[in-house]
Design a protein around this ligand. Structure first.
Ligand code: 9YT
Length: 128
């Protein structure tokens, strides 16, 4: 069994600053679980275009307040602590932080840690 603490990840290459967000990757593909788990801070006042065409992601807000806008229908979904959104259709969306938001994110397939968002907000599939 593995025990991972947030403090073990902070300040390592598993803490990634994406500009509008900082993601602390607790579990990655290398951990062999079949999914990755991230503790991500979305910064207040930011809007990020995201479209994970190669991944499914569930995002559970545990602190803060914001919005997700699904671009196929321009619907605005309020996000507060205790709300989860699941991108079960690889939904293209905008993620807005009204305050800082703390999100627990799960990706299937797992992120390897080497992905960066391209200009379409997409993560490529990376085979290790
Ligand atoms: C909620 C979300 O998708 N934020 C972008 C960062 C992502 N959680 C990551 O790469 O860790």
């Amino acid at each position: 069994m593995k025990i991972v603490k947030l403090e073990d990840v902070v300040g390592t290459e598993q803490e990634v600053n994406g500009g509008n967000w900082t993601s602390r990757r607790l579990l990655l593909a290398k951990d062999g679980m079949g999914y990755s788990v991230h503790d991500t801070i979305i910064k207040a006042g930011t809007e990020t275009h995201i479209w994970y065409q190669n991944h499914l992601e569930a995002v559970y807000c545990i602190e803060g307040k914001g919005e997700v806008v699904t671009l196929k229908d321009n619907k605005v979904h309020p996000i507060t602590a205790g709300t989860l959104y699941a991108l079960d259709e690889h939904d293209e969306h905008l993620l807005r932080g009204i305050t800082d938001m703390r999100m627990v994110c799960v990706f299937n397939p797992p992120i390897t840690g080497k992905e960066v968002h391209d200009e379409n907000g997409v993560y490529p599939l990376v085979n290790e």
